[in-house]
Design a protein around this ligand. Structure first.
Ligand code: SF4
Length: 330
């Protein structure tokens, strides 16, 4: 197992209070496996990504749990050990290419510096590696010494991918890797990511609000809501035979890359505020299947069938998949 996350909870200090942004997240992945996290904005998926790298904002902290990467517990490691794990063992493609790259520094210099900071290589070796990684992400090495503003959106994203991979990590987190791109660049970047996953034997963790991107790129998916995983399993099973009302609504609210859904549904209401999380199921105020128990008792995560975990009191009883659209049906 390459990454094992156990009971991970993350809090932010707002005023005098600590508010839970991620609650009791569990998952594990082997080499070359992929897992996508989907959910509406504010569901905790990006916070989870930053917690995995120990890159939380100053007011954020891991309040509970373990992050074991290659047998090392990152939560209880010294800062130095965390820094050496970052980049070399786990790396990230940040959400916004423009904030990931320093606008006043040539891209090649940024990549070379990142490599020399984390590995004992000479400048000559670092330049050769930077050229090689540029080739691998489909940019001519002759453009290494250009500034970010000289690149198109798609090329900037490729450069950010090059930066994330320069130390040959085992695990790559892609945080909304295609969000700011036009449709053509989105497809190219997605195809590039999958090609690089194969080439580098990467374990891929993808964060996206776009469920069709995750459906295409990841073999497993976790649906997050209110800071918790609500449903997790193989992508095919979660999207074709969802056992959670939120997953189903999320699928029906999103245009598919594969076929047209007759009518998009709107998810009623708003996601819960961290300051006022419901006592029972976090989805209860918006769920049309909610019963009294949903408002008073938190549903436990349980295996409803092999490789399928669901947090809903009525996961086995509800049948809302009959005749419904499936994201993966072509
Ligand atoms: Fe809906 Fe109740 Fe299931 Fe929550 S536990 S998703 S409120 S049916």
């Amino acid at each position: 197992m390459i990454i094992d996350v156990k009971n991970l909870s993350v809090e932010y200090k707002i005023g005098k209070n600590y508010l839970k942004a991620v609650h009791d997240v569990n998952f594990s992945l082997n080499k070359k496996e992929s897992l996508g996290f989907v959910g509406e904005s504010g569901c905790g998926k990006s916070t989870l990504a930053y917690a995995l790298l120990n890159l939380l904002e100053k007011n954020g902290r891991i309040s509970d749990g373990e992050i074991i990467i290659n047998d090392k517990d990152l939560v209880n490691s010294a800062d130095r050990e965390i820094r050496s794990t970052r980049w070399k063992e786990i790396s990230i493609i940040f959400q916004n290419a423009m904030t990931a790259l320093n606008p006043v520094e040539k891209i090649g210099i940024q990549i070379i510096n990142a490599l020399m900071e984390h590995e004992k290589v000479s400048k000559k070796q670092a330049i050769e590696r930077a050229k090689d990684i540029f080739n691998k992400v489909g940019i001519s090495p002759s453009r290494l010494m250009e500034y970010p503003h000289e690149f198109s959106g798609g090329m900037k994203q490729r450069a950010v991918i090059a930066l994330a991979l320069i130390c040959y990590p085992n695990i790559l987190i892609a945080d909304e890797p295609t969000t700011a791109l036009d449709v053509v660049a989105q497809r190219q970047v997605l195809e590039l990511l999958l090609q690089l996953q194969e080439e580098f034997d990467l374990t891929l963790i993808m964060i996206s609000h776009d469920i069709s991107v995750v459906a295409e790129a990841c073999e497993n998916v976790a649906v997050m809501y209110g800071g918790e995983i609500m449903e997790m399993g193989t992508t095919d099973d979660v999207f074709k035979k969802s056992n959670h009302p939120y997953t189903k609504l999320l699928i029906n609210s999103f245009p598919s890359l594969y076929h047209e859904i007759a009518e998009l549904e709107q998810i009623p209401g708003y996601p819960p505020s961290l300051e006022d999380l419901p006592k029972g199921c976090p989805f209860a105020p918006r769920c049309s299947y909610a019963e009294d128990i949903c408002f008073s008792e938190k549903p436990a995560m349980r295996e409803v069938k092999e490789n399928k975990l669901v947090k809903c009191h009525f996961a086995e009883e509800l049948d809302f998949n009959k005749g419904g659209d499936s994201l993966l049906v072509k």
